[in-house]
Ligand binder design. Structure first.
Ligand code: NAP
Length: 295
């Protein structure tokens, strides 16, 4: 007779998305997607959220905003740690600084990134290298150097998490033409594959690694590209869900990927783009207003 025990009960389901007491590091946390995510982490119960980017004043300002959020638990804190993730010394400094006020990290959101737009014939070597360095090599090194702190509290039942910000540009074709993003697109495809490799390497160490692939979200980085791609209204209309990304879309996804609800998801890439990447071949035109359209 088999001695396999089949579990049939859900454990504490009402708290399945809770991040109560978790320690989180957000790279590129001073604005845009990183700031949206940090806001979600804190409101889901995280006790410490380290915010890092190059500019000290931007990190401090982001933390002031985050610490003033309503509905935070009394001990919840956003903590600024300015550092340049594009340099190995910057990442070493970041890990050392974080390690001064915590003995472990539960969640690393490896989100800092850069882009460059220029046509194929003149696409500069230096820009391609800069984008690949920050978006791929630095993501790898940030995860590698945070691994000891991530492994500290990870268990089979409650593994630590790494979430990498990729992009739909790493799944479908990125922007072409005068502002083509060859390096960016290649870098985002690379980190999607990196997440799969690291999922297998770090899974047995009780650290899960997943990637998210956002479509367009208004941000400092995306605004120029959105403008040359037709602007907010036109891009919204081309999206199957008829809109662009909102802060809650990012916050909800990263909280899910950091919570017990996703404790068996490893090596996945989750798109958060309203289905836009699958509609690039063309989308049926709605003949009626969306709410009146028949199935
Ligand atoms: N917005 C979109 O539509 C979209 C879509 C798909 C993917 N993404 C990805 O989402 C991530 C965040 O982008 P975003 O749109 O939120 O852009 P953003 O608003 O421009 O934010 C970029 C963040 O990265 C930081 N950063 C840049 N270089 C850094 C470095 N060398 N070291 C440390 N931090 C650095 C910036 O702060 P400092 O300038 O102070 O360093 C800032 O906090 C990127 O990986 C991007 O590729 C964005």
């Amino acid at each position: 007779m088999s001695n396999i025990k089949y579990e049939t009960e859900l454990h504490d389901f009402p708290n399945i998305f809770s991040l109560k007491g978790k320690v989180v590091v957000v790279t590129g946390g001073s604005r845009g997607l990183g700031l949206h995510a940090a806001s979600g982490f804190l409101q889901a119960g995280a006790s410490k959220v380290y915010i890092t980017s190059r500019k000290a004043s931007a990190c401090q300002q982001a933390c002031d905003t985050l610490n003033a959020l309503p509905n935070l638990s009394p001990s919840a804190r956003a903590i600024p740690v300015p550092a340049d993730s594009s340099k190995i010394e910057g990442i070493e400094y970041l890990v050392k600084e974080v390690g001064k006020t915590t003995d472990h990290v539960d969640v690393l959101f490896a989100n800092a990134g850069a882009t460059w737009g220029e046509s194929f014939d003149t696409h500069p070597d230096s820009a391609f290298a800069k984008v690949m360095d920050l978006n791929v090599k630095s993501v790898f090194n940030t995860i590698r150097l945070f691994a000891p702190l991530l492994q500290k509290n990870g268990t089979i039942q409650d593994p630590s998490r790494v979430i990498i910000t990729a992009s739909v540009a790493g799944i479908g074709i990125g922007t072409l033409g005068k502002q083509a993003t060859f390096g960016y697109s290649a870098s985002k495809a690379a980190v999607i594959h990196l997440a799969k490799n690291l999922a297998v390497e770090l899974g047995p160490r009780h650290v899960l690694v997943n990637a998210i692939a956002p479509g367009f979200f208004p941000s400092k980085m995306a605004s120029g590209l959105m403008e040359i791609s037709g602007g907010v209204e036109s891009l919204s209309k081309k999206n199957p869900s008829q809109r662009l990304g909102r802060p809650e879309d990012i916050a909800g996804l990263v909280v899910f990927l950091s919570s017990r609800a996703s404790a068996h998801i490893n090596g996945a890439t989750i798109t958060v783009d309203g289905g836009e990447v699958w509609a690039r071949g063309g989308m049926a035109e709605l003949k009626e207003e969306p709410e009146k359209a028949k199935l």
